[in-house]
Design a protein around this ligand. Structure first.
Ligand SMILES: C[S@@+](CC[C@H](N)C(=O)[O-])C[C@H]1O[C@@H](n2cnc3c(N)ncnc32)[C@H](O)[C@@H]1O
Length: 335
């Protein structure tokens, strides 16, 4: 079992899934879970049999056509407004206390229309769980491409940028078919570690104080579609329950130390860079307690959005480390 316990958008483990390994993807954020539940968890074809009465074209469609047909049907529905339009688009918020423009009016309504219909199908048991997460992942991918932000959802741009003016385009979220059952969870890594067993664990935690819950709050709301109470200029939902210890200078070392002590695994890998809240020495000391420790390093040019967001970075490059530990007490035959 190969486990990515801070899976994010699951890019790393999508690769391993394609290599036919059994994969476990976990993340604290529900929007990540929704993406991973589809990209990692789904591994069979989808037929949408429960929608035949609503979309008769599906009867004669080949399995390669069904996904496109359902997405085209969703894209063609008459537009209605809902939570996203009313709270995150200019048309829905103008004249209110906070005017926001995270999406064009049309894309906000399109998102609401599609999201509402997906939930109706789920509640009426017309789509399977696999189909539900395929639809949700396809919508999350599409809406993210037309977001009027510099990179994350901590702020929106004053004027609609070119990509945000384009109409939302719902495309099938492509995934890999195979015969393995994969595991996808939506848990705090600390809770998961205390009650699970793994072979190889890969850890790619946040490395600075910026909480993912705040940076991606709108994707979280679209994934949950739970009409939360929101506040302030950015329209943030209450993210207190999803605050990560890995973004706290005070808590990170304790959290990481407990995680490494509790993990039942043969090999543990950690991806971290030289600007992270934990120092190289902290990490070496914590991981060495479990067995034979080592580290690889490589210099990378800084991510472009970091440069443009005027975060006052002095350096143009960062050193990325891949720390690892071969855990003691594991029989050679188990490795
Ligand atoms: C650096 S990102 C991972 C990126 C990922 N490798 C990818 O390919 O997208 C860190 C992830 O850790 C998640 N996270 C933060 N604290 C967590 C916790 N306590 N338990 C589980 N996941 C957590 C965040 O939601 C975020 O998705």
């Amino acid at each position: 079992m190969f486990s990515d316990l801070f899976a994010g958008t699951g890019q790393v483990w999508r690769y391993w899934k394609e290599k036919w390994h059994q994969v476990w993807a976990n993340d604290l954020q529900y929007y990540s879970y929704a993406l991973n539940r589809h990209y990692i968890g789904n591994h069979h074809d989808l037929y949408f049999v429960g929608l035949i009465s609503e979309i008769p074209e599906l009867i004669i469609a080949s399995v390669n056509e069904t996904k496109e047909i359902v997405l085209a049907y969703l894209s063609g529905l008459e537009l209605t407004s809902g939570f996203i339009y009313e709270n995150y688009c200019s048309g829905g918020t103008s004249g209110g206390m906070h005017e926001r423009q995270y999406f064009s009016d049309e894309n906000g309504k399109q998102c609401d229309t599609i999201r509402t219909q997906i939930e109706i199908w789920k509640n009426e048991a017309k789509v399977t769980e696999d189909e539900y997460f395929f639809l949700l992942a396809s919508l999350l991918e599409a809406i993210d491409k037309v977001a009027n932000t510099a990179s994350v959802y901590g702020a929106f741009l004053k004027k609609l940028k070119k990509s945000a003016e384009k109409p939302l385009e719902l495309k099938p979220a492509k995934y890999h078919l195979n015969d393995h059952d994969h595991i996808v969870t939506n848990s705090d890594v600390g809770l998961l570690a205390a009650s699970s067993k793994h072979d190889v664990v890969y850890l790619d935690p946040p490395y600075n104080h910026r909480q993912y819950s705040g940076n991606y709050h709108i994707l979280e709301t679209i994934a949950r579609y739970d009409s939360p109470e929101i506040h302030g200029k950015t329209g943030m939902r209450d993210c207190r329950e999803q605050r990560s210890d890995y973004c706290s200078r005070v808590n990170v070392k304790r959290a990481y130390s407990e995680l490494i002590d509790n993990l039942d695994a043969k090999y543990i890998f950690l991806s971290y860079n030289d600007e992270g809240l934990m120092s190289l020495d902290d990490i070496r000391e914590i991981m060495s307690r479990r067995g034979k420790y080592g580290v690889f390093e490589r210099e990378y040019t800084r991510f472009k959005a970091d440069k443009t967001e005027s975060r006052n970075h002095k350096k143009d490059s960062v050193i990325e480390y891949l720390h690892y530990v071969e855990v003691d007490g594991v029989m050679d035959s188990d490795k």
